[in-house]
Design a protein around this ligand. Structure first.
Ligand SMILES: Nc1ncnc2c1ncn2[C@@H]1O[C@H](COP(=O)(O)OP(=O)(O)OP(=O)(O)O)[C@@H](O)[C@H]1O
Length: 237
């Protein structure tokens, strides 16, 4: 598959496989996965626990390497890159949101949001962080540490942090998993507003079917196989 073919896609995956060695022998976690995701699209990955969803996310985000096959991120094939180059691609092109928020405990809300922009050498990190925190309704919590914020507020900081570097792709692993219904709904709304505003591609792993249905496409992982479950009429963008 030529790189050109993958150029106008945020993600292209060709015949991806991942096996790991276990005490019982080799275990194939992901099997023959093909996927194309257009820039700006939103995709949910649902499926039972242990089916391979988080493992796939790790490969798509260049955090792990496949046993076979290729991942193209924004047109760039990942298999020929060394670890340093992969880290650079991650810094430039992807962001993450996790169920457990993963904020730096010792940094304030503002400092947490500024951090990736500073690491990526983006100018005016402070004013951009202030603007992102305003967008997620946290201008009154700038100097609070994570432990001084509610779960919903912490996840809003994580969202502001994830969008500040204008990533091509935002990977969210159970982003509403630790939140009550009301906060979960707010987080969902923010994710989709920012997805539309910034044309950031959204890939969400979730058990929350309401969140999955808000994504334009729904994919199902079952025992390492990925299949499309988006109703046919909605697949054409
Ligand atoms: N490094 C590893 N070594 C051994 N087994 C692994 C490794 N990584 C993942 N697995 C196994 O691969 C399978 C898929 O794991 P994965 O975390 O991707 O599933 P998941 O669908 O994200 O599950 P959950 O919804 O519970 O988070 C599981 O059976 C897991 O135990």
């Amino acid at each position: 598959m030529s790189e050109n073919n993958a150029n106008n896609l945020a993600i292209k995956v060709v015949n991806l496989e991942k096996s790991v060695k276990t005490q019982e022998g080799e275990l194939t976690i992901l099997k023959g996965i093909d996927l194309e995701v257009k820039q700006g699209d939103s995709v949910a990955i649902v499926g039972p626990s242990g089916s391979g969803k988080s493992s796939l996310l790790g490969l798509l985000a260049a955090l792990d390497s496949p046993t076979k096959g290729e991942v193209y991120l924004d047109g760039q094939g990942l298999s020929d890159l060394n670890e340093e180059q992969k880290a650079a691609i991650r810094k430039q092109k992807v962001s993450f949101i996790f169920q457990s928020f993963m904020l730096v405990d010792t940094l304030t809300a503002l400092e947490n949001v500024m951090l990736p922009a500073e690491l990526a050498g983006i100018p005016n990190a402070r004013s951009k962080a202030l603007s992102m925190l305003e967008k997620v309704g946290l201008s009154h919590r700038l100097n609070h540490l994570p432990k001084q914020l509610s779960g919903g507020e912490q996840q809003r900081v994580a969202i502001a942090r994830a969008f500040i570097s204008k990533p091509k792709v935002l990977f969210a692993d159970e982003p509403t998993g630790n939140l009550d219904q009301e906060n979960g709904d707010k987080i969902e709304q923010m994710l989709f507003e920012l997805n539309k505003q910034s044309q950031t591609t959204l890939v969400v792993v979730t058990h929350d079917l309401a969140l999955a249905e808000q994504c334009r496409r729904q994919l199902k992982m079952e025992d390492g196989h990925l299949s499309e479950i988006t109703p046919a009429a909605e697949r054409i963008a």
